[in-house]
Design a binder for this molecule. Sequence first.
Ligand SMILES: Nc1ncnc2c1ncn2[C@@H]1O[C@H](COP(=O)(O)OP(=O)(O)O)[C@@H](O)[C@H]1O
Ligand SMILES: [Mg+2]
Length: 250
Amino acid sequence: MGYVLEVRNITKRFGGLVAVNDVSMGVQAGEVVGLLGDNGAGKSTLIKVISGVYKADAGKILFMDKEVQIDSPMDALAMGIETIYQDLALAENLNTPANIFLGREKMKKALGFLNVLDHAYMQKESSKILEKLDILIPSLRNRIRALSGGQRQAVAISRSIYWDAKFLIMDEPTAALGVAEQKKVISTINLLKSHGIGIIVISHQMHDIFQVADRMIIMRRGEKVAELVTKNTNADEVVSLIVGAETVTK
Ligand SMILES: Nc1ncnc2c1ncn2[C@@H]1O[C@H](COP(=O)(O)OP(=O)(O)O)[C@@H](O)[C@H]1O
Ligand SMILES: [Mg+2]
């Protein structure tokens, strides 16, 4: 089977610094790939190349086996590549349906000529997608500000899936959450996987990565240093690859 998303020989420099150096990787439909590495390894830069935030200096991106040009975040979104950043990019003062439809609001005609927001439609559609993803939000009318970290995460994921994401990138999805909510995010990721979505997860939480990732890619100083099948490795091996085998002699 081919990859939903593949990058080949991606290099990204910031002035003299090579943040990502000749990295190739691919993710299949329904597969979760963990992207690991110490701070500064190049993880965020690599995913920002995929999501259209940065333009690579070299290399190519293939989506559904076709080479694509991703020059902006809008290009990535139009293809179905959605990124959930740590800050989630939700509007705090709006409720769940307004966030799911943010920037893509559904309008209707009132009195035959006025264009107004179709709240009923957005509410109904939001309920449907949340139900499909087995996500419980106490009241859709509550502002995002009133929701827990896990619930916000769930709203961000629901928005991506509602808008037909084929590929999801998650940067530290469980970092700021309590244990119960981390478990919920893990089960949501597994559900997305069963829907055939390809997923890259960046995480420092070894335990979470081992629960969701089919494979792991390890980066160090901008380079891909290992590609592992989760069931054939263990946390000790992964940690030693992350920190590097080099030791200072003497
Ligand atoms: N916008 C930028 N300008 C200059 N240097 C950057 C920028 N973004 C990242 N870097 C540098 O690129 C390297 C990789 O960073 P990053 O991709 O954020 O790593 P990670 O996400 O793995 O912690 C680091 O040395 C970082 O300082
Ligand atoms: Mg980062």
